[in-house]
Structure formats: structure tokens, C-alpha cells
Design a protein. Structure first.
Length: 284
């Protein structure tokens, strides 16, 4: 597989917190479907004003609420954005590792797109099944917005019949302020994903854009890579209630088909989590 080069691309480690999972064959799925979920974690502040005004115990309690949702829904893979490593404004502990420990989503990889001045956060993937071949890209700076980026890895999803079906999984966060910056970032994302088209693709994250926007980056990515979204132009699907818009997306290759889609309205972030069940489209 071709490796992306460049100063902003890295190959982050894949961590497995479970010794048994690390040394054992992947567990078979309890469902026919691959269940994926995306959530902007909002630095552990839930829907509070700012994480800097919260105590470490309050942030931990907010992450416990996220963990409860993950344990209830039991996804196979989770994409996180605004996910903090130890940072001075969010309790000084690793939010991704904490969720992995408390949910048994033992496999994870991450990229901290923002690093410095006591801050360290970015995008991450958590998984119940083995992750491999991770790659992360931090987009070119778009001041005054802090850096954004994505992490991608191969998920070794083992279905209910113990067939291993590799999936390329992506967690991405795009600029919130300017459409031109988002389009530039999506072109960089496309350059990487075009190199990983040998297997089905699931792109998840906070796009800070809607399908119906002029020159929508969600549509652009879907069209270029042959991805589908559930009812992409439905006016009643909202994932960011503060402005009443659908900014968080799960896009999947046509080798996969949606059998269930839900926006979870648990208040664990200023964004809602989005969940999707995908089955192998044998005729697709």
C-alpha cells in the first residue's frame, strides 16, 4: 500500500489495552451489521460553555456519560473529534484512553492535530476489532481556526459468521469557519483515501457542513469516492442542535448498505452522536 508522505502526515501507533484481544483472533460480531458511531467529544465538556471552567471530576463524569452511551449501543467502531490527550484545559488526562478502558473498545489510534501551550487534541478511532495500517494527517493551518485533520486505519471487522471483512475507517474534523478552507482540506483527504480504495470505506466525522450547502464538501467527498449517506438532504435530521443543522456525517462505500440509522439525542456533547448499521451489500 502506498504511504502518504509529507510533513503533516504521521503513522500513529495503534494501542490495544486488552492483552487477550491483542493476542487472540478478532471476536465475531454479535450482529450481521457493522455498527459505527461518530461523535464530536467537545473536549469532555458535554454541552457546557467551555471545558476550562470544569473540574477534572466534572469532565470525567461527562466522559462516563459518553461511555454509558457507547456501552448501551455497542458499536464496533467509533470516530471521535475534539478528543483530548492530557491537556491543561480538560482535566489533564487522556480522554481517548479513558473511554477505551471503560467501554472495552480496546483498540484505538489517534492524532493530536493541536499540540502546544498546554493543549493536545485531535481525532481518534476506537474499535472492538483489530486496527492496523494507521495514518494521520494534520491539515495546513487555517488561522485563526486551530488545526484540524483526520486519522484513518484498517478495521478488521469479523462478521457473525467469523468472516474477516477489512474496512477502511476514517475520523475527520474540518474547519468550521470557511468553506474555502474545508474544500482545501477535503482535497487533501481525497488524495489519501484514493490510495486506500482497495477495500470498502467508511468516512465519519464533523464536517461543519451540510449536504445542501453551496459547493458542499460532504457532496464533493461522496461524489469523488462513490460514497452514500442516509437521506442526505432530509431537512429534519439535526446533529448540531445549537444551530439546528446536520454537520456530523457517516458516508459509506456502495459495497455496504445502511440497515439502521439514528441520531442519538443523549446530551453528552454540544453535538449529537450519529449511529449507523451497515451490512455487506452482496449485490452492490
Amino acid at each position: 500500500m502506498a504511504k502518504r508522505s509529507g510533513p503533516r502526515a504521521t503513522e500513529p501507533p495503534v494501542i490495544c489495552l486488552d492483552e487477550v484481544a491483542r493476542s487472540s483472533p478478532p471476536p465475531k460480531s454479535a450482529r450481521r451489521a457493522l455498527r459505527v458511531l461518530t461523535l464530536n467529544l467537545a473536549h469532555g465538556r458535554a454541552d457546557g460553555w467551555h471545558q476550562a471552567f470544569l473540574s477534572r471530576s466534572a469532565i470525567r463524569a461527562n466522559l462516563d456519560a459518553v461511555a454509558s452511551v457507547l456501552k448501551r449501543e455497542a458499536p464496533d467502531a467509533v470516530a471521535l473529534q475534539e478528543a483530548d490527550a492530557p491537556s491543561m484545559w480538560s482535566g489533564r488526562f487522556d480522554h481517548v484512553a479513558y473511554l477505551a478502558e471503560t467501554t472495552r473498545l480496546s483498540w484505538f489510534t489517534r492524532c493530536d492535530h493541536v499540540q502546544g501551550l498546554g493543549l493536545k487534541y485531535g481525532t481518534a478511532l476506537l474499535a472492538r476489532h483489530r486496527l492496523r495500517e494507521p495514518l494521520a494527517v494534520t491539515f495546513a493551518p487555517t488561522p485563526p481556526t486551530l488545526s484540524k485533520g483526520f486519522v484513518v486505519a484498517t478495521l478488521e471487522w469479523t462478521d457473525h459468521e467469523r468472516t474477516v471483512r477489512p474496512i477502511t475507517a476514517v475520523s475527520v474534523h474540518l474547519d468550521f469557519a470557511r468553506g474555502a478552507a474545508r474544500r482545501k482540506q477535503v482535497r487533501e483527504l481525497l488524495a489519501v483515501l484514493e490510495e486506500r480504495r482497495s477495500m470498502p470505506l467508511v468516512v465519519m466525522g464533523d464536517f461543519n457542513a451540510a449536504w445542501t450547502d453551496d459547493a458542499s464538501v460532504v457532496r464533493l467527498l461522496a461524489e469523488k469516492l462513490g460514497l452514500d449517506a442516509f437521506k442526505p438532504d432530509a431537512p429534519d435530521i439535526v446533529t448540531f442542535p445549537f444551530v439546528g443543522r446536520r454537520l456530523d456525517w457517516i458516508l459509506a462505500s456502495r459495497e455496504l448498505r445502511v440497515v439502521d440509522f439514528r441520531v442519538l439525542t443523549d446530551v453528552v456533547s454540544d453535538h449529537y452522536a450519529v449511529l449507523c448499521d451497515l451490512e455487506w451489500n452482496e449485490g452492490g
